[in-house]
Design a protein around this ligand. Structure first.
Ligand code: EPZ
Length: 434
């Protein structure tokens, strides 16, 4: 069976073909977390010892980050799910523009590069088109630790004569800006107190990784973090937890298509709100030490939902919940509170015949209507995955274009869903064949 695994450098023009499948059964092993590993890779630049990271997902964003680290002078080996980074001898402070524009997380490299080399040259970062995604909060925390930033039309230049600890506040709990602040604080002289920090589980992972490198952090898991810098001369090993968003995507697939699936290595602690909402909709879940069992055999109840910063409902799972709501009994209402343009997927679902009304940042979804397969396009990573799930509940065949978008964050969505009985595969794009 063809699966999604593909060499990191090949352009991928394949399309996902999904046929209606009801009743998924079996087990899916959940890959390591994308949004945890990317900041950990960035923070490894601080370390002069060897960093070994385990359970690293083989996804395009990780390959992109590896290429950037190599361009900066790091030695990087990636075998299986183990990544070894040697950052002792950095040779460049310039984040390659062509790579940075593919991935939002490139902004995370600024603080560690400033700490190591005193300067960094970078462009405005790319990433999924889900809203404006400014970087003002990243620049705010950098400036507060003693960094000056200048900008030309295409590039930004940041310099420091030495990072200094500071009292900082984030007016909004931005995940990325909290990570930038933590990395700057970890290498700054003196101590830092950050208030208004984001509390996403991936922040906790970054804190634990920094602690592994000798940084002292108080308040881990809360929105006030006190940081005292480390020495960064240790060899260290770190394991990335399971990806709560990938697990939530497959939970959504079972909710939509029905069945019973064990999500091995799904991180229950980080998924509490997701599991609570699934339970409210009538999905049964049972937690074990090594994963979560999901069972959906009755009618799904409608959902009234609002996304928000953690511990609220994750914006990354909004699209898949929208898809599950298409199977629910009644009219659901989902409000997007984090990214202003995250309803592109709703428009694609309409092509399958879904009755969805979009009003500003709110969508109304009528459940229980007949859906028919059609050609749709992944507009962003999580939305693309949700479209693959939608194909399971549409009569006939659905084709999902834009696979590279999905491969940024899912190791092998087709292989994973095939393993629980879904009729899904990657096929060559017809337009390439003619
Ligand atoms: C992280 O993005 C995740 N990415 C996103 O996942 C996730 O959707 C998001 O957090 C929210 O949970 C990674 O971890 C790599 P934010 P990030 O800064 O850090 C505004 C996925 O699919 N903002 O918390 O970019 C921003 O516009 C991705 O895996 C500013 O105004 O998110 C947004 O409205 C997509 N100024 C809000 O804050 C800034 O300087 C939340 O963004 C920064 C952000």
């Amino acid at each position: 069976m063809p699966t999604g695994k593909k060499d990191e450098t090949m352009a991928d023009t394949r399309v996902i073909e999904v046929r209606e499948t009801r009743g998924l059964t079996g087990e899916i092993r959940i890959q390591g977390s994308k949004n945890a590993v990317l900041p950990v890779m960035a923070a490894s630049l601080l370390n002069r010892g060897t960093t070994v990271i385990r359970n690293v997902p083989r996804i395009q964003d990780v390959f992109c980050m590896i290429r950037i680290l190599r361009a900066l002078g790091c030695g990087v080996k990636f075998a299986g799910d183990v990544l070894v980074i040697e950052a002792d001898a950095l040779t460049s402070c310039e984040i390659p523009a062509d790579e940075a524009e593919k991935m939002r997380s490139s902004i995370m490299l600024c603080a560690p590069l400033l700490a190591r080399l005193g300067e960094v040259v970078f462009g405005r970062p790319g990433g999924c088109s889900i809203g404006r995604r400014p970087i003002d909060l990243h620049l705010k925390v950098l400036t507060e630790t003693g960094v000056s930033v200048t900008e030309t039309e295409s590039r930004m230049f940041a310099r420091t004569c030495g990072l200094r600890g500071a009292l900082m506040n984030l007016p909004y709990p931005s995940v990325g800006a909290t990570e930038t602040a933590l990395m700057a604080a970890a290498a700054a002289e003196g101590s830092t107190v950050l208030t208004g920090a984001a509390r996403e589980p991936e922040i906790e992972v970054l804190c634990h990784f920094l602690e592994e490198m000798g940084v002292q952090i108080e308040g881990v898991g809360s929105n006030v973090l006190s940081v005292r810098s480390g020495e960064f001369r240790r060899d260290c090993e770190f394991t990335i937890p399971g990806d709560r968003i990938v697990a939530g995507t497959y939970l959504g697939a079972v909710m939509a298509a029905g069945g019973e699936v064990f999500l091995r290595d799904a991180p229950e602690n980080a998924m509490k709100e997701n599991l609570r909402v699934a339970g409210r909709m009538g999905t049964r879940t049972r937690t074990f030490s090594n994963g979560i069992l999901v069972k959906q055999d009755g009618i799904l109840r409608l959902v009234i939902l609002e996304t928000g910063p953690y511990p609220g409902f994750s914006t990354d799972l909004q699209s898949v919940m929208l898809t599950a709501a298409l199977r629910a009994d009644g009219i659901s209402r989902i409000r997007e509170m984090v990214f202003e343009e995250r309803f592109a997927t709703a428009k694609e679902l309409q092509k399958l015949g879904a009755n969805i009304i979009i009003e500003g940042n709110t969508v109304y979804v009528e459940g229980g209507q007949r859906l028919s397969g059609a050609s749709v396009c992944a507009r962003d990573l999580r939305g693309g995955a949700a479209l693959a799930v939608a194909g399971l509940i549409a009569e006939g065949t659905t084709l999902v274009d834009g696979y590279p978008c999905i491969a940024r964050g899912y190791e092998d969505i087709c292989g994973d869903l095939q393993s629980v009985g879904a009729a899904i595969r990657l096929i060559a794009n017809d337009r390439q064949r003619v």
